[in-house]
Design a protein around this ligand. Structure first.
Ligand SMILES: [Zn+2]
Length: 254
């Protein structure tokens, strides 16, 4: 490469990084249901489309749907009760609750736009209020638009890291920062979903303390030498139980 071209490379690199930051600024919007400002670059219709499109494959990874229609109807009943009694009913999202056949993997998760899943392995350990706690937490992920936010943040860091690797050889370094940012946001997602889950439980007439029991059940399931899959989709934040207690107090005093 001829001399002097490094200046051009740095200039282009900085321009790409600046572009990423400006784009991110323009993608800031206030979540109408949580009031939180977040980076989003898709519409709720797009979220719904992504969720519907990926739901069948994801269900397949957990052995498909649980065959017992009565149990599925029970999950629907509790999920719909949470939606009906909360702000979830005022959102455009299409909540759809699925009991998965997998009786080994302890997991529950939500896709953008509304599809919500719980494995039989987790389901069978929960009473009604605890199931409401898990489903309420997952509804919280949908309303918090956490997947859409992760996607937008991911694109941002990808563009920054492209800019950095053009300008210098910092691509890997910035890429690393990006990953950490994604993970730490994930912990905030969990806390926001716990908080919303507690609120939805209370609005639907469930004892919110059962959410604390859910956390204990999950911790126990992890065991000394078994990491449940739940941990991979749900990084366990510190002080999670403490924060749940704070949420209960907060909503009781309202
Ligand atoms: Zn979660």
């Amino acid at each position: 490469m001829r001399r002097g071209s490094w200046k051009i490379r740095i200039f282009i690199g900085l321009a790409i990084v600046a572009f990423a930051f400006i784009k991110r600024c323009n993608s800031k919007e206030e979540n109408p249901y949580t009031g939180r400002i977040q980076t989003i670059n898709m519409s709720s219709d797009q979220e719904i489309a992504i969720g519907l499109q990926s739901a069948p494959q994801i269900a397949q990874q957990y052995g498909g749907l649980y065959p017992d229609k009565q149990m599925q109807a029970y999950v629907d009943k509790i999920g719909n009760r949470l939606v009906k009694n909360s702000i979830a009913s005022e959102t455009p999202y299409q909540y759809d609750f699925h009991l998965l056949a997998d009786d080994q993997t302890i997991n529950a998760f939500a896709l953008p736009g509304g599809p919500i899943f719980i494995t039989y392995a987790l389901y069978k350990q929960l009473n009604e209020a605890q199931l409401a706690g898990v489903l309420g937490h997952e509804i919280g992920h949908v309303i918090g638009r956490h997947s859409a936010e992760r996607i937008a943040e991911g694109e941002f860091w990808q563009t920054v890291s492209t800019g950095a690797s053009v300008g210098g050889d910092l691509g890997d370094l910035v890429g690393g920062i990006g990953q950490n940012t994604l993970l730490s946001n994930g912990r905030d997602d969990e806390l926001e979903s716990d908080d919303l889950g507690v609120l939805f439980m209370m609005q639907s007439g469930y004892e919110p303390e059962e959410m604390i029991t859910v956390m204990k059940i999950l911790k126990e399931a992890a065991g000394p030498n078994r990491v449940p899959e739940f941990q991979s989709t749900h990084p366990d934040p510190e002080n999670r139980i403490e924060k749940i207690r704070e949420s209960i107090q907060k909503y009781r005093n309202q």
